[in-house]
Design a binder for this molecule. Structure first.
Ligand SMILES: Cc1cc2nc3c(=O)[nH]c(=O)nc-3n(C[C@H](O)[C@H](O)[C@H](O)COP(=O)(O)OP(=O)(O)OC[C@H]3O[C@@H](n4cnc5c(N)ncnc54)[C@H](O)[C@@H]3O)c2cc1C
Length: 414
């Protein structure tokens, strides 16, 4: 019998597992696969404000208009505590995050759009488009879906001085498939960095900062950035790419090491198929294994399997919407016709993306009559109902805050 099982390896599950492992609860984390970490840009988006508002004030005023919003469950203090722990974790791994809750920073995307982020790796910091300095955006023909001239043109159109160039790959052991991962391995090599740095120095012109796809290595991205800065004399910054996300992989590795270091265990490749309980407590979950189902018993469970994008919620053509691990009741549109607003860019988002588990103040799952389903289960991350993640852009901020909070709630259980 385990003390605690965490289900899901996204930011919510990882934060929860870290909190529990640090409290000596030796959690077992079961996960079907990687979390959204491997898809996301690697920034911590707390709220999608682009007007320069103080995010803490925005979030403090939220309960007045949306009393059931997920942020209201953790409060601004809960969010700050989670961010503090997260930043200390990544700083200790030599991958510091910068930014603030005072206001979002606008960073360029791979197509030159501007996106707000509260916190981001220091390797992205010089991309802040509110700085006036000219940028050079550089990439490689071999890395698909990153087009420096397109990004630069779009930035120019928005008043950001930018120019785009393609670099030439030095002779290397050819790879049939160039992915972000291939480039990250290349940038882990100081010799490769020297050659690319030299090209950048020649191309730089009047630009004082240079944006590259976010592939500056998995081992020491800050060291890679500093090397390129030394060679070029310009500030270097990373721009998130399409998946797989190297910044997300770095984060996952940092969490994995930290959790294992304090006695937790991660078992990725273990989809939880069902659970059974008695007397209002979940006792056992069953995960998919090669030959037969694997049984796991524990005193407490933290469920963080993501929403529709994470696999924690599934839908089908009949309009059925269900929770995949434990079959918990969901708050979701009653019929398929109610899933989407008529307009794609609907002001309040599409109702299906609000589908999720409702909880009490202690993040325990509720049924349709607001009765607790299990006393020893807490829920975190995108699986919770109560936010409108796409228009609100509260993704990773909510995952960190609720994951950490859920871990704290279980820490104090006997
Ligand atoms: C393509 C994409 C890009 C994004 N970009 C950004 C961004 O740039 N900035 C940002 O802030 N946010 C971004 N997000 C959103 C953000 O990453 C997520 O909202 C947030 O990380 C959710 O975290 P989570 O832990 O709740 O769920 P997830 O990260 O989705 O993790 C869910 C985990 O549960 C596991 N799982 C699911 N079902 C089961 C099961 N039955 N049994 C066992 N395990 C299961 C999954 O394998 C996964 O490990 C993006 C999301 C996507 C999909």
């Amino acid at each position: 019998m385990r003390d605690t099982i965490v289900i899901g390896a996204g930011l919510a599950g990882l934060m929860g597992a870290l909190a529990l492992a640090e409290a000596g609860r030796r959690p077992l984390l079961l996960s079907k696969g990687q979390g959204a970490t491997h898809w996301t840009g690697g920034t911590i988006d707390v709220w999608g404000d682009t007007e320069g508002n103080d995010l803490r004030e925005v979030l403090r005023s939220l309960p007045a208009s949306q009393p059931d919003h997920t942020y209201a469950r953790v409060g601004v203090e809960g969010l700050e505590a989670a961010i503090d722990r997260f930043r200390a974790l990544v700083e200790a791994a030599n991958y510091p995050y910068v930014g603030s809750l005072e206001r979002n920073t606008l960073l360029p995307t791979a197509i030159g759009a501007l996106r707000p982020a509260a916190f981001f790796p220091v390797t992205m910091a010089a991309g802040d488009v509110r700085q006036a300095d000219e940028m050079l955006i550089a990439g490689f023909h071999e890395l698909r879906d990153f087009y420096p001239p397109l990004a630069a043109d779009n930035l120019q159109a928005q008043g950001v001085a930018a120019r785009g160039v393609y670099l030439t790959l030095p002779p290397i052991k050819r790879s049939l498939e160039f992915t972000t991962r291939t480039f990250a391995f290349l940038f882990d090599d100081p010799g490769f960095r020297e050659q690319i740095g030299e090209q950048l120095r020649k191309e730089r012109g009047s630009a004082t900062r240079i944006g590259l796809p976010a592939v500056l290595g998995l081992k020491d991205p800050v060291g890679a950035m500093r090397d390129l800065e030394r060679i070029t004399g310009a500030q270097i910054f990373e721009i998130p790419t399409l998946p797989p996300s190297i910044p997300g992989m770095r984060l996952f590795q940092i969490f994995r090491n930290a959790i294992a270091h304090v006695g937790g265990r991660l078992q990725v490749g273990s989809e939880v198929l069902r659970g059974i309980g008695e007397d209002g407590r979940l006792t056992t979950v069953y995960s998919e294994a090669a030959a037969r189902e694997q049984e796991h018993r524990a005193n407490y469970f933290l469920l963080a399997t993501g929403g529709i994008a994470g696999g924690g919620i599934r839908t089908d053509h009949t309009g059925r919407v269900w929770e995949t691990a434990l079959g918990l009741p969901l708050r979701a549109p009653q019929s398929r016709a109610e899933w989407f607003e008529p307009r794609f860019l609907a002001e309040h988002g599409h109702p299906i993306y609000r589908a999720g588990i409702a909880t009490d103040d202690g993040l325990r799952p509720l049924d349709a009559h607001d009765h607790r389903v299990y006393d020893n289960v807490v829920v975190a991350g995108s699986l919770l109902t109560g936010s409108d993640p796409i228009p609100e852009r509260c993704y990773s901020g909510l995952a960190l805050a609720t994951g950490w909070h859920a871990g704290q709630l279980l820490r104090i259980e006997d």
